[in-house]
Design a protein around this ligand. Structure first.
Ligand code: MCA
Ligand code: AMP
Length: 502
């Protein structure tokens, strides 16, 4: 099987700037040299890591990219840990991935040290991994080799590892660089979290593949992003709808000369993309008024990369996500798995070289996710209207999207249920202009816990975006004749009564 081309392509771009990061600017040649030396260190005399997992926890920037490339070049599977996650979530990933080593930035090492020590996983700090050193022989990689494992929430409680091969990655990058015509003189800003496909593949990997320049900001801050856009040298920008909303709010709150400066700079970009959640049409329209850019909305998923995209050239239809990307097959099926007649809605299925290899150590769930002909079942409903797909929502009420982050209602319920003052609980996603959906929980209490106490309990155990924005204490949960909580009814409760009235 052929080997990944990413590193050979970097050689061709060796003198160009690859990264502008909080730690400084780095050429492709520096990335190649540092990752080769670090790969040699990870190998410690072995021929290859043979897909062994290496978890890494670094702030977004040079150390992140150099570590990721080092793991790949040593033949390992890179498992990025989320900087926003509390120790409990990190410990879960360590326990599930069973890495041979955890790499951590010194400032973040405390968060993983107890879990690594308990599991006897060695911890290597980034200064030790990335210091100068000799480069030894690096293994030949195969497109079938595992490259990346990203954790995603499902309908079965705890997050599962999605194993993405080098071939999957390459197919994902190929589809996007072709469809959106990435060029070596592109320049993109990156502030998305680096434990998701959106930041890792659509922005970082595509930029490095194209020989383009990627500027990494440590976090998202609306005014800072506007100031960068105002400089007028960014050619591409990609974000989730919540971020476009925040940028619009910051623009609205600023004075006329600032607005004029920001808008002028943003207009100089050649393409702005939105995805990871439905882009509300008012957001698309307002962004176009402010910047002159009609956002290109596309649709993807951790397991498949990007599948559908509005066109780079031609009509970008509001509320629609366009047509299949190069080498991606998409179809809509009914509940029995049969393709639906044209014009009918159905569940999106996807097939092609970009689709992930397997869920980590979950053969049954992997088998359930595909049909006999290799179609992956996304769980998203859609319809094709005049040739373009429109996403209608997810089949399961238990999968929510908040600020572009996918969360499982069941996982949050399991955590809250472990609190001694919680007798019963149900979590729902409530439509919200800023977040897309807002995570809300209804709790049947034992005694008199305060919502704040319950939120603190959740915050210690869950990623911040999973912590319910609102918790209401109720006498009982609405249930149907089968005893199942009727979540639409519960959602209506959060919409119809303001918090203070509950
Ligand atoms: C932070 N908070 C959130 C979220 N992020 N709550 C709900 N949903 C979120 N996504 C919490 C914070 O912990 C805090 O809680 C409060 O909300 C306000 O925090 P703030 O500082 O305002 O938020 P932030 O840190 O600025 O983050 C907001 C964000 C971020 C910039 C929108 O969530 C973000 O970068 N989202 C993008 C996620 C993404 O890349 N998704 C791609 C995955 P408290 O006040 O209680 O402390 S999907 C994907 O990869 C597929 C393949 C695809 O199609 O793209
Ligand atoms: P994740 O598993 O975090 O990668 O999230 C993937 C999910 O995000 C998809 O299954 C969809 O539900 C949702 N999604 C991604 N892009 C869009 C979009 N443009 N419109 C609506 N939903 C989207």
């Amino acid at each position: 099987m052929p080997s990944p081309q990413l590193f050979d392509r970097a050689v061709a771009h060796r003198d160009r700037t690859a990264l502008i990061t909080p730690e400084g600017s780095f050429a492709f040649a520096q990335l190649l040299a540092a990752s080769a030396a670090a790969a040699t260190r990870l190998l410690a005399g072995r021929d290859g890591l043979e897909g062994e997992r290496v978890c890494f926890l670094t702030p977004p920037g040079w150390e992140y990219v150099a570590t990721q490339w080092a793991i790949w070049r040593a033949g390992g599977m890179a498992v990025p840990l989320a900087v926003s996650h509390p120790p409990a979530e990190l410990a879960y990933v360590l326990g599930d991935a069973e890495p041979e080593v955890v790499v951590a930035h010194p400032d973040l090492a405390d968060r993983v040290t107890p879990a690594a020590t308990e599991r006897r996983i060695p911890l290597l700090q980034t200064p030790a991994l990335l210091r100068d050193g000799p480069t030894g022989h690096l293994p030949e990689l195969d497109l079938g080799d595992p490259a990346l494992m990203l954790y995603t929430s499902g309908t079965t409680g705890q997050p599962k590892g999605v194993v993405i091969s080098h071939g999957n990655l390459e197919a994902q990058v190929h589809a996007l660089t072709e469809a959106w015509r990435w060029r070596a003189d592109d320049h993109i800003l990156l502030h998305l979290p680096l434990h998701h496909v959106h930041g890792i593949v659509n922005v970082l990997a595509c930029a490095l593949w194209a020989g383009a320049m990627c500027q990494v900001l440590p976090t998202f801050a609306a005014e800072e992003v506007w100031e960068r856009l105002a400089q007028g040298d960014l050619t591409l920008y990609m974000a989730v709808p919540t971020i476009y909303r925040r940028l619009i709010d910051a623009w609205d709150a600023s004075d006329p000369p600032t607005r004029e400066r920001w808008s002028r700079g943003a207009r100089a970009a050649r393409l702005m993309v939105s995805g990871s959640a439905a882009l509300p049409v008012p957001t698309l329209e307002r962004w176009e008024e402010i910047t002159g850019h009609r956002l290109l909305e596309r649709y993807g998923m951790t397991e498949i990369g990007m599948a559908l995209s509005n066109p780079l050239v031609g009509e970008r239809r509001p509320g629609h996500v366009g047509t299949p990307l190069p080498d991606v097959e998409v179809r809509l099926v009914d509940d029995a798995g049969a393709p639906v007649p044209s014009g009918s809605s159905g569940t999106i299925q996807v097939r092609g070289p970009a689709v992930f290899a397997r869920y980590w150590r979950r053969p049954d769930e992997t088998a359930d996710a595909f049909d006999a002909d290799g179609w992956f079942h996304t769980g998203d409903q859609a319809v094709v209207e005049d040739g373009a797909y429109r996403i209608l929502g997810r089949s399961s009420v238990d999968i929510l999207k908040t600020g572009g982050e996918k969360v499982s209602a069941l996982e949050i319920e399991d955590v809250l249920r472990a609190h001694p003052a919680v007798q019963d609980v149900a979590v729902v996603g409530v439509d919200d202009l800023a977040w897309g959906q807002r995570v809300c929980a209804a709790v049947v209490p034992v005694g008199d816990p305060s919502p704040d106490q319950l939120r603190t309990f959740a915050r210690e155990r869950l990623a911040p975006y999973k912590v319910p924005k609102e918790i209401r204490l109720v006498d009982r949960l609405p249930r149907n004749a089968m005893g199942k909580v009727t979540k639409p009814q519960l959602t209506a409760l959060f919409i119809s009564t303001p918090p203070e009235a509950s």
